[in-house]
Design a binder for this molecule. Structure first.
Ligand SMILES: Nc1nc2c(c(=O)[nH]1)N=C([C@H](O)[C@H](O)COP(=O)(O)OP(=O)(O)OP(=O)(O)O)CN2
Length: 224
């Protein structure tokens, strides 16, 4: 079995109000991801997958979606203030523009307008990635594991290579790892030969035991 790892770094802000404490406040990290792929054997050119082929879709997606972004959960208390779809908000914001005929409702909050106008990058967990509700380090690992399967398919046509794990660091001391517990890789030739040898040995052993019993029954004694 071989593994190969690709790393990438980006900068993003997040907040985790549901955890309480200082992480409730908007704060930033330099995030690091390590994506490890695995396969039972090397290809004829001596590699698993060309690093460049895998790096391209991975870094492009991260740089376009998460780098210098604000990562929030859909349930974050900042979301009503950042209503980028322009749905009327009932938040009584200072300076908000009152919608005609709907006292107390605001068509587009000043903060949302400021975000949209300045092309601020926002990635909302539970909305842009419905599988995970919050941008915890575990959630980011799950998001990138989900994306990594597609990047690998883009990078290689090999059926026996799979994403084995994805580790995300938000600080030097805090990280989380997603492990692939059900990779189902297509077996390589070496694995198939080993499987066949093991099965053949088991068949020979079973036939031997059966023949011993038959022989013992014939001569009326117990086999050793
Ligand atoms: N299981 C998780 N717990 C926490 C997460 C998380 O993603 N998953 N995230 C945070 C915050 O993002 C926080 O910024 C990081 O926490 P922590 O390591 O405690 O922060 P510091 O590096 O500043 O540690 P200090 O020891 O306080 O200096 C919290 N928990």
């Amino acid at each position: 079995m071989f593994t190969q790892t690709i790393n990438h770094t980006w900068h993003a802000a997040h907040s985790l109000p549901h955890l309480g404490g200082k992480c409730s406040s908007l704060h930033g990290h330099t995030w690091r991801v390590s994506i490890t792929i695995a396969a039972p054997s090397l290809s004829a050119d001596g590699i698993l997958v060309d690093f460049a082929a895998l790096k391209k879709p991975m870094t492009t997606w991260i740089d376009n979606n998460l780098d210098h972004a604000l990562m929030l959960g859909a349930g974050d208390n900042l979301i009503p203030l950042l209503d980028l779809d322009g749905a009327p908000s009932t938040a009584p914001l200072l300076g908000g523009k009152e919608v005609d005929g709907a006292p107390g409702a605001y068509a587009f909050t000043p903060l949302a307008a400021a975000f949209a106008e300045r092309g601020q990058r926002l990635f909302v967990f539970g909305r842009d990635f419905p599988d995970v509700a919050w941008p915890t380090v575990e959630g980011v690992a799950q998001l990138l594991a989900h994306k990594a399967h597609g990047w690998l398919t883009e990078a290689s046509s090999r059926a026996d290579v799979y994403v084995a794990s994805v580790t995300v660091h938000e600080t030097d001391r805090s990280s989380a790892t997603w492990h692939n517990t059900d990779p189902h890789p297509a077996p390589g030739y070496a694995d198939m030969a080993l499987l066949l040898a093991n099965q053949t040995e088991r068949v020979i052993t079973a036939v031997d035991a059966h023949l011993d019993q038959e022989y013992a029954a014939l001569i009326g004694s117990t086999p050793k």
